[in-house]
Design a protein around this ligand. Structure first.
Ligand SMILES: [Zn+2]
Length: 117
């Protein structure tokens, strides 16, 4: 059983929480509101879209080749290396920019009912 399925409901409306983009505390107007403003939501999502376009094929190939230990080993190993390097670079960029970590962000989305499957 997944812990996600039993996660508590998202923080109720009216309770202060940090915005993932700027980390400033704000009081949400809607139960599932994650960002302080529409602009910060767009900035976060636009950056995620740009990164995702690059990371998606790398992550898929890294996974299906088990990081270059199955199938096309050279392509898989290279894709795995590139995916890891980009993830580290983006993590560092986000940290310097004062953004929320991706693990904290995803935990919030799961609590808000996010189900990618
Ligand atoms: Zn914000």
């Amino acid at each position: 059983m997944s812990a996600v399925l039993h996660a508590p409901p998202e923080t109720p409306v009216g309770r202060e929480r940090p915005c993932p983009e700027c980390m400033a505390p704000f009081v949400p107007a809607q139960p599932g509101q994650l960002f302080c403003t529409v602009e910060h939501r767009a900035a976060w999502n636009n950056r995620a879209t740009v990164r995702g376009r690059v990371l998606t094929p790398l992550a898929i190939v890294a996974r299906i080749t088990r990081n270059g230990t199955r199938g096309d080993r050279n392509t898989g190993a290279t894709a795995s290396h590139h995916a890891n390097a980009l993830i580290q670079r983006w993590r560092d960029e986000d940290r310097v920019a004062g953004r929320m970590s991706w693990s904290d962000y995803l935990a919030r989305r799961y609590r808000a009912g996010f189900d990618p499957l």
